[in-house]
Structures are given as C-alpha cells and as structure tokens.
Design a protein around this ligand. Structure first.
Ligand SMILES: C[S@@+](CC[C@H](N)C(=O)[O-])C[C@H]1O[C@@H](n2cnc3c(N)ncnc32)[C@H](O)[C@@H]1O
Length: 552
C-alpha cells in the first residue's frame, strides 16, 4: 500500500481505536463533500469505450459497450457516468458515493435527463462485497489519494472482487516525484488555514499562502522554480477544487511502483495508463528518450514507467488494472496495428498557411492545443477527413482508402504502415480519440436531434448550484449556448422538425419579441426576417454539431 513504509514504523493501533478513528475520518469526508459538493464532470479518458480501446492496444479483449456493466466508486453526483448511461440504454450503470447530498443531487439530475439505467447510491465503497455484483468496468477517479489507508485497500479489493474476468478497472492517484512540490504548498496552505471555522475562511487563508509562494519567494530558495510552477497551476482553480484537492485532511500521493505493488498484492496487474501515450518516452523529446534508453535495457514495463516519472516529474496517474491471471497476456509494448480495427475521431482545425513555409506544408490545430505540421499529402488527407467528420468516427479502412488516392502505387502493406505512423503521431499529440465501436454520431440530417438526455439535462445545468455539467458523447464537458433564442431552438431539436419549420420558429420568436437575438438587435414586429433567421439557425446548428451536442 502507498506510503506503507512510513506507517510501518508506528506500532499497530488497537482494533477498537482503528474503528473509531476510521469512522470519524469517513464522517469527516462525507461532511466535507456535503458541505462543499464537488462539481461532477465527465473525464473522457475514463469512458469505458476508451478503456476497452486502450486495452486492445496491449492485446487484451474486454467486454463490448452495448450491455456493459459499469461501476464508479466515489462518483459524486454521477456526472462522469451520465454520458455513458444516456448513450447506452441497455448498459447497467451504478455509481456510489459517501456523500448523501451529492448522490441525491445526482439522482434528481439522472431522472430529469431520463437516465433510467443509472443507479446512484449513497454508501461507502468499504461496504461493497461480492454480493454487490460483477462489473465489466470499474472506475475510481480522484478518490484513491484522498481516503484513509483502509479505504485505499478496499478500492483495490473491489477492483479485484467485483471485476468481471475480462474486465478493466481504472484508478487515478497523485504521484511522486511530481507531487513533492505540491506537498510543500499543501503543507503551507494547511498551516495557514489551521483553525479556520468555515470553508470560506479556510480558502481565503490558503490563498494568502499561495500568494506568498507565487510572489514572495527568496530568489535563492532552492525550491523556488518547482514551488512557483506548482503554485501557478493552482492560481485559477475553483474553490471546490482547492478545498478538496489540497485542503482535505488526507492527501497521500505515492510512487507509481508503490501503487503497482499494492495492486499486485490485491490480485491485480497493472496494464497501462488511460492515456498510454503519456508513457512513451518519445513524447518528452530526444533527451528524455536517450536518457532512459540506457537505464531501461533490462527493466520491466513497470520499472520503465517509474524511471520515466522521475525524468518528467509526473504528478498524476490514471492506471488501468486487470485480473493478475491475465498479466501474461499483456504485450510489452502497445501494438500500433491494433488501430487497424478502430474507429477514429479528432476535432482538428486547419490553420492558415505560414508565410515562408514550404508550399506543400499544412498545419492543423488539435482540440488540446497541439499544432500538427506535415508536408505529407497522406497525413493531410487523413486530417481533412477527420476534421470534416467530427464528431463522427471514421473507420481505419476509410482513412486507408483516402490515403490510397495519394499513393496509388504503394502496396497495401506499405500504405497501412504509413497511415499507422500518422495515427501514432496524432495519438502522441493528444489529438486522437479511438474506439473499437463507431460512435453514435450520425451524418448531418435535415431533422436535427440533440443527443440523448440533452433536453432534460439542459434545464438542470442552467440552474444555479447544479453539480454536473453538460457533456457530449465523447465524455467531454461542453458549454451550451446560454442565450434565450438558442435555448428556445434547442428545445425544438427532437428530430421531428425540418429546416423550414425551425427557421419559421426562429423568425416567429424574433418578430414576436419573445426571444431576442443574441446580437442585441431588436426584431420585434419586423418583416422578411427569413434571412436573419436562417443565418442564426445555420450558425447555431454548426456550433452544436462542433461541440457534439447534436446527434446528426
Ligand atoms: C475528489 S472527489 C472526486 C469525485 C469524482 N470522482 C470526480 O473526480 O469528479 C472524491 C469523492 O470520493 C467520495 N468518497 C470518499 N470516500 C469514500 C468512500 N469511502 N466511499 C465512497 N465514496 C467516497 C467523496 O464523497 C467524493 O465525492
């Protein structure tokens, strides 16, 4: 178990004392989240479809999505389960959390969104036994490092006991060495906020300390750069993040190898990261890759990853676990050829040509900010295709066909290997989403429809204090347009209305003055508003499609 060495130096507490202290801690955690709820958003890398696709890169099969059984431990209000539950009505989705307040909020939201297959229960994960049932995917995000040692043991126990034979568990946690600097900041903030009577006072005093670390460090403080870097990342974080991530009673980061050993002790095997590219040394440049090469000659997969953590100062991990009995089936390296069976998606934007650059060069911007530059027409064809299809997926075979048009003389083998190279480059730039199943998104239709559950969810997320966010089918948070006219039209996007009917609805809303145009201009009583209505509608539908809120 993480941090076990340090605790091992203390004498073992009596059973009675342990029970009392643990109960007290559990109550304190529950109260903290009841008092300041966590905003429960979706994390796309935890999506069961991603876990399945990543596992397949390492040669492992896992259950298909349609009837998958998914469990989330510490799910808060269930915002990370909603996208899957709503888009897989035949799946069984269960979320549990200690905080009754968060669970009640989540149950209400799930009902309003129509997620009938989502069951949210207020309970401790420590009370889960084999009778609770078997799950194909078990997700535990942002919990492991913030709970007492016995609860950490129980997270791994549940991942073993309640995981189907071919299932995949996901556990994220804070790691050293990256968290060492953050530890100092946490200590300093905890010190300054000690004795605070309200969360607000605690936060204010913690932020005072953050300010000192950001702006008041001595130039010769040997930790200056690490501390300032860690403090800057916190500057714009929300109150609930700072309170729960940094100021909770418990925050126990560990080294990756400690986590892997604890998982092994629980009968589990480490598979890879939910974003496996973070474990490729080449992601971090030639210096890191070269430095690790010598060290890693005789090292196993886990030791190589630990070396990499030291090289890059990693502070957070998102580990996939499987039953230990399947460990022998894990490929030592990810198999690029697995992409041949995948469906690919990327939100790419072509960029204007750069002055002075070679004429055959083109650039695209990825959704997470990467700039992708290539002079290869095959790479261009692939990126154009993905950009145009977004948010739909494109099967590998279609990408290969598009590539063939630019290299008609290449053998299928050579072309496949070239396309795979471009796909891997997209993965390394954090720009590619890939799945074994195609996405539910369809080609644009004359009768547009919002994604499942969006109508009900839109009503909820507009309310103050709502604990979940709006999502798309890629499990990404999206911000829907907030103006009254857009909201009015979105309420009509149920697949029964065609373009003409929608345009008339916009025109009527404008002329009656019921829903003003977001450009601020008044059209009340105006005539011949069809062009204005059409332009508004086109722009709204384009935005909704781009953000993944429209199914078609
Ligand atoms: C930092 S929040 C993370 C919430 C959510 N997973 C996310 O990342 O958005 C930790 C959550 O774990 C829950 N939790 C802590 N101890 C728990 C336990 N023993 N059983 C179930 N949930 C627990 C808390 O109530 C809280 O909602």
């Amino acid at each position: 178990m993480c941090g076990g060495l340090r605790r091992g130096t203390l004498p073992p507490p009596s059973q009675e004392l342990t029970m009392t202290a643990n109960d007290h801690l559990t109550q304190a955690i529950s109260d903290a989240y009841d008092e300041t709820p966590y905003i429960s958003i979706p994390f796309s890398f935890t999506a069961p479809g991603n876990l399945r696709a990543v596992a397949s890169l390492y040669g492992l099969d896992s259950p298909t999505m349609e009837n998958a059984r998914v469990l989330e431990l510490g799910c808060a209000a269930g915002g990370n389960l909603l996208p899957f539950a709503l888009s897989h009505p035949n799946a069984r989705v269960v979320g549990i959390d200690l905080s009754p307040q968060q669970i009640e909020a989540g149950q209400h939201i799930a009902e309003m969104a129509g997620a009938r297959n989502l069951e949210l229960r207020a309970m401790s994960l420590t009370d889960i036994t084999a009778d609770f049932g078997e799950f194909d995917y078990i997700i535990c995000h942002g919990v492991f490092s913030w709970v007492p040692p016995d609860v950490r043991d129980d997270i791994l126990r549940v991942c073993r006991t309640n995981l189907a034979r071919e299932g995949i568990a996901y556990v994220s946690y804070n790691t050293y060495p990256g968290w060492k600097a953050s530890d100092v900041i946490r200590d300093a903030m905890m010190l300054n906020s000690f004795g605070s009577e309200t969360p607000q006072e605690k936060l204010a005093r913690a932020r005072d300390m953050l300010n000192l670390i950001e702006n008041g460090l001595w130039d010769d403080n040997p930790l200056q750069s690490a501390l300032r870097h860690a403090a800057q990342k916190l500057r714009n974080q929300s109150d609930h993040y700072l309170l729960h991530e940094y100021l909770e009673t418990i925050n126990n980061p560990c080294y990756f190898l400690e986590f892997a050993a604890a998982a092994q002790q629980a009968g589990l095997a480490y598979l890879t990261d939910a974003e496996p590219q973070l474990g490729f040394p080449t992601m971090y440049g030639a210096k890191v890759a070269m430095g690790l090469k010598g060290l890693s000659v005789n090292a196993g997969r886990e030791m190589r990853e630990q070396y990499l953590d030291f090289a890059v100062g990693r502070s957070f991990r998102k580990s996939l676990l499987i039953h230990a009995e399947r460990a022998g089936a894990i490929s030592d390296q990810p198999e690029g050829s697995a992409f041949i069976h995948m469906h690919l998606a990327a939100q790419l934007r072509p960029l204007p040509a750069v002055a002075g650059a070679p004429t055959q060069q083109r650039q695209f911007r990825g959704s997470r900010g990467a700039t992708l530059t290539s002079q290869d027409p095959i790479a261009h064809a692939m990126m154009d295709m993905l950009a145009q299809a977004w948010p739909q997926t494109v099967p590998f075979g279609a990408v290969l066909e598009a590539a063939r048009a630019h290299a008609p003389k290449s053998s299928t083998e050579d072309l496949t290997s070239e396309v795979l190279g471009h796909i891997i480059a997209l993965v390394q730039s954090n720009s590619l989403l890939y799945r074994l199943e195609s996405s539910a998104y369809q080609a644009p239709h004359t009768k547009p429809t919002l994604i499942a559950g969006a109508q009900g969810l839109l009503q909820e997320v507009s309310k103050a204090g709502c604990q979940v966010s709006m999502h798309n089918l890629w499990h990404q948070t999206v911000t829907p347009p907030a103006d009254a006219l857009s909201r009015h039209v979105m309420g009509l996007l149920d697949g029964t209305r065609g373009a003409l009917e929608l345009r008339s609805a916009v025109r009527d809303a404008l002329t009656s003055g019921r829903h003003p145009h977001p450009n601020g201009q008044s059209y009340k009583g105006a005539r011949n508003l069809e062009p204005v209505a059409q332009e508004f509608l086109n722009s709204l539908l384009t935005d909704l499609r781009r953000s993944g809120l429209l199914l078609n």
